[in-house]
Write a protein that binds this ligand. Structure first.
Ligand code: C2E
Ligand code: MG
Ligand code: MG
Length: 948
């Protein structure tokens, strides 16, 4: 609002005459602008015109060159192909028969459709004529050497020699040509003689075909390529010598136009309407010699040369040799209008003039706006000042930044440090002079294999920006989490010469995150897993169990009188009690089991099945037992019990949610039953566990009640057929259940630890029995005793064995300890030392159930083993499963190589026996010879001297 009157005032304030001066100066500058503009425009247009012409010329030159080269190349190839066929005739030792000729020439005509005929001319001397004609008449009655006279084919009257058409492809319809003397044809004669004398292929001049009368003009032009054929092995260095050696010549008749068209058509060069091709069978563009025309005839006069520009090329021509004849190919293009070819030049012209006018107009306005420009200049200057102070500001910002910022070179792999800011020194402890010039990897310390570092280096090598977090190390070696941002710095020319690294020390944030994670997964009061983590663990256990077809137990534990503790003694005591409960549960379960707290007084234990042996309630009972003990907190003593609900995967659910829910429900049932007990979710499992418990209780008493006994199964030597040993196999004579087999209670005995006293009893009994047999005069029978892994891992196992031996008086060599592969492979170093202790006692060691584990015989070489027992599962099918047969054979062979004795277990049939005998097995054991029997029965067998 204010500006207008002031501007008006400015005009009025101007000294008189200044307006007139302005009017005078404006036309002068405008005029200069007009003249200069027009000049520049003209020059630019001419230059553009020139460039356009050059460009279009070179484009055309390329197109023309392509066509010319293609045609030349095709001509050469066609001639070469024909030469190859001719060579075939030349290399044949015997004269080519008519049938052979057609065999070669027929396919050639089919393949190369531009070849209209393929002919063989035989060179016949006058002396040979009669014999030649007679021979030809065999296949072609009436055959005579002929020539054209009075427009008709007639027997020749020319004295020889002749070049006679002997073979012609395609023959049908052309039979009359046979016998024709090619030399009598003036058009062929010259080319033929040149071919014979030079030894090179020669083309005849094209002519109008007489045979294809339908095709006239260019379409009907034909010509022949002739190739001489000489007798093998003759000298061919002079023309005379060549004539002397002449046998004949082959001739290919070409459709000139078809040939040329095909060449371009196959290359896809016939569909370019602005490029014309003319081919002449002559050195000059003579219409009479034209063999192919695509598009228009070539322009006659050279293109009009522009005054300002180089002439636009409109045609390119090249003469080349077609089998001795000069041919000409002319490639030309249409002349386009000025607009089409020189659009850009015209645009430049138009735009130039328009710009000139505009600038003139602008200049006029410009004078009036001088003041405005002045103001703008001032403003710009101010802005520039601002930019430079901004730069300074930026520098000091880097210096003042709390984050470590440093610059490195872009030279891989060191990327040496070039600058560091004070924060860098503060964070890392490296002073600028210590780190400048050092590789930036110095910060990684020895921790160089971090994925983040690899990522960083990759990005730097690719000149990319990167962001990652890694562990970095201060000068004093302390670690900090480093959040790194790296960006390439480009020069004006776009080259990356440096990298800027901005590092944030995020150690604190990390720590906080970890805390959060802990809080997200763990119960803060007890430090046990929370619901989150529990569900995760259940899910993991399910995955593992479903793969191995095992079980997962989820036990839901709830304290029975916790509310009372909380209410009567207060939360402090309640919390302390919960902590202790957690600790007690944790102490009972296996290390790999998960204990968690869901909140309040609810705890959960996840128990995956780790072994093949079935899970038992032993752990659950222990939890109950531990809870029953009083809790002492400060001066107070609390008595709590718990109720436990158990759900079993896959029986009671397939997902963690369901399993937890079902365990919860089972826990309520346990509460309903008065607490301090456990319940399975499914009734069936409840009974199973009850039965198991009963058996467990009974097993505890079995030893004391002398319900355990041993049966013995004879081991027979295959060579002698005699009983050489017996394996002691445990039986349990249960008062109600009857005879219980080891498979049904060994697992339980192992889980409850009862296997240790039971196993020791087995050892003692077996040794005693062995000694008794010896005393009874049955000879030195070997007694084999099975050892469980639990026994084997007892520290005093060697001592237990030694005691059994001493007590019984059995010769240690008569005791064989059977171990399974699983036991042996458990803790290799310890196994080897235990085995050596046992070997030290003088006992034998055998590897039971061999083949069911994963150990290889070669590996077992490290163990002091004497006998390998091939597992029944391989023996069962040896007679009909070739795979098992092969496995057994290789076990025997390898074992023998390692000087081990081999016993085959579970031999039930004569066929199995025969196979084992044939394959050098040492001993067998199985129902075929005898089932495991009570000791007296074996004694009787020995007394009778029973043999295989
Ligand atoms: P094992 O040591 O491989 O014993 C061979 C098992 O194969 C015995 O089963 C035996 O009765 C059976 N057997 C023998 N010949 C044949 C046959 O021709 N056909 C078939 N189908 N089976 C045959 P048993 O007595 O039921 O013993 C089973 C497993 O229990 C034993 O396998 C052994 O691993 C374990 N065991 C037995 N007694 C004891 C022991 O005192 N202590 C320990 N720790 N384990 C024992
Ligand atoms: Mg055994
Ligand atoms: Mg076995």
């Amino acid at each position: 609002m204010q500006t207008e009157p002031r501007a008006a005032a400015a005009v009025h304030d101007a000294p008189p005459g200044s307006a007139a001066r302005a009017r005078r100066t404006v036309p002068a500058s405008v005029l200069t602008a007009l003249v200069l503009g027009s000049l520049v425009t003209a020059l630019l247009s001419v230059q553009t015109y020139r460039l356009e012409t050059e460009k279009s010329n070179s484009q055309f030159a390329r197109r023309a060159e392509l066509r010319i080269r293609l045609f030349e190349h095709s001509v050469r190839r066609a001639v070469e192909q024909l030469q190859n066929v001719n060579r075939l005739f030349a290399t044949s030792r015997v004269p080519i028969s008519e049938a052979q000729f057609h065999e070669v020439a027929g396919p050639l005509l089919v393949q190369q459709s531009f070849i209209r005929s393929f002919v063989f001319h035989r060179y016949v001397m006058p002396a040979e004529r009669a014999r030649f004609e007679a021979a030809m008449r065999d296949a072609h009655p009436g055959f005579t050497i002929s020539e054209v006279r009075d427009g008709k084919l007639q027997p020749t009257s020319t004295p020889g020699p002749w070049l006679v058409v002997q073979y012609y492809e395609p023959l049908p319809g052309n039979e009359s040509v046979l016998g024709y003397d090619a030399w009598s044809n003036p058009q062929l004669r010259q080319a033929t003689e040149s071919a014979i004398d030079s030894g090179q292929p020669r083309a005849s001049a094209p002519r109008q075909s007489v045979l294809s009368s339908r095709q006239r003009g260019v379409e009907g032009k034909v010509f022949a390529v002739l190739m001489p054929l000489y007798r093998r092995g003759e000298a061919l260095d002079t023309a005379a010598a060549r004539r002397q050696a002449l046998i004949g010549e082959s001739m290919a008749g070409f459709h000139a136009n078809t040939f040329a068209r095909q060449v371009f058509d196959h290359a896809g060069l016939l569909n370019t309407p602005d490029t014309h091709i003319n081919i002449y069978a002559a050195a000059a563009p003579d219409e009479a010699a034209l063999v192919m025309r695509y598009g228009a005839a070539p322009p006659r006069a050279p293109a009009l040369a522009g005054l300002l520009s180089p002439a636009a090329t409109v045609s390119t021509a090249k003469t080349f040799d077609f089998a001795g004849t000069p041919w000409l190919i002319v490639v030309s293009r249409e002349r386009h209008g000025l607009l089409a070819d020189h659009g850009s030049a015209l645009i430049v012209l138009g735009a130039g003039f328009a710009l000139t006018l505009l600038s003139a107009a602008y200049l006029r306005v410009a004078a009036a706006r001088a003041r405005l420009i002045e103001a703008t200049v001032k403003m710009r200057t101010a802005q520039l000042q601002l930019t430079s102070s901004e730069l300074q500001l930026r520098n000091s910002a880097i210096e003042a930044s709390a984050n470590a910022i440093f610059i490195t070179s872009a030279h891989a792999p060191a990327y040496c440090v070039e600058y560091v800011n004070p924060a860098f020194t503060r964070i890392t402890g490296y002073a600028a002079q210590e780190i400048i010039g050092q590789p930036f990897g110095l910060l990684d310390g020895a921790d160089v294999h971090q994925p983040g570092l690899a990522q960083l280096r990759q990005a730097m090598a690719a000149r990319r920006q990167a962001h990652t977090t890694v562990r970095s190390y201060c000068k004093d070696g302390s670690m900090y989490w480093n959040d790194i941002n790296v960006a390439p710095v480009r020069d004006d020319d776009g080259q990356v010469r440096h990298f800027v690294h901005v590092n944030y020390d995020v150690t604190e944030t990390r720590r906080y995150q970890e805390q959060l994670e802990i809080r997200a997964n763990f119960d803060p009061l007890t430090g046990l897993a929370n619901r989150n983590l529990l569900q995760d663990r259940v899910q993991q256990a399910i995955c593992y169990a479903s793969r191995l077809q095992r079980e997962v137990w989820v036990a839901f534990i709830d304290l029975d009188r916790f509310k009372f503790v909380n209410d009567s003694a207060g939360h402090r005591y309640g919390d302390a009690l919960l902590k202790m409960v957690g600790e007690r549960i944790d102490a009972v379960v296996r290390a790999a089991d998960t204990v968690g707290r869901l909140g309040g007084d609810e705890f959960v234990v996840v128990l995956p099945q780790y072994e093949v042996n079935p899970m038992t309630v032993a752990v659950i009972e222990q939890v109950l037992a531990r809870m029953a003990a009083p809790f002492q907190i400060e001066e107070k003593e609390f008595f709590v019990s718990c109720s436990i609900g158990i759900s079993v995967f896959p029986h009671d659910g397939k997902g963690s949610e369901t399993l937890l829910m079902h365990a919860d429900r089972a826990m309520y049932r346990a509460k309903e039953m008065g607490g301090n007990n456990y319940q399975f979710f499914s009734a069936e499992l409840n009974t199973r566990s009850a039965a198991q418990l009963r058996i467990e209780g009974a097993l505890r008493h079995a030893l004391a009640r002398q319900e355990l006994l041993l049966h013995y199964q004879p081991q027979v030597d295959l060579a002698s057929g005699a009983i050489v040993g017996a394996e002691a196999l445990l039986r349990w004579q249960h008062p109600e259940l009857g005879m219980v087999m080891p498979g049904d209670f060994i697992g339980l005995a192992e889980q409850t630890g009862l296997i240790v006293p039971i196993g020791a009893w087995v050892l003692r009994s077996a040794c005693r029995q062995g000694a008794a047999w010896e005393r009874a005069g049955m000879g030195k029978l070997r007694v084999a005793v099975n050892l469980s892994s639990i026994q084997f891992s007892q520290h005093d196992i060697a001592q237990t064995v030694a005691e059994a031996l001493a007590e019984s008086g059995l010769d240690p060599r008569c005791l064989e300890i059977e171990l399974t592969e699983g036991i042996v492979m458990q803790n290799v170093e310890r196994t080897i030392s235990t085995l050596h202790q046992l070997k030290g006692l003088g006992v034998q060691i055998s590897l039971d159930d061999f083949g069911t584990g994963y150990s290889s015989l070669a590996y077992l070489k490290r163990f002091p083993i004497d006998v390998i027992k091939i597992d029944q599962s391989f023996v069962r099918d040896i007679a009909n499963d070739p795979d098992d047969a092969l496995i057994v054979i290789s076990i025997i062979t390898l074992a023998h190589k390692l000087r081990l004795k081999v016993i085959a277990e579970g031999v039930e049939t004569a066929a199995q026996l025969a196979f084992l005998r044939d394959n050098d097995c040492d001993e067998i054991q199985g129902y075929y010879f005898s089932k495991p029997l009570p000791a007296p029965a074996i004694g009787a067998m020995l007394a009778q001297g029973k043999r295989l």
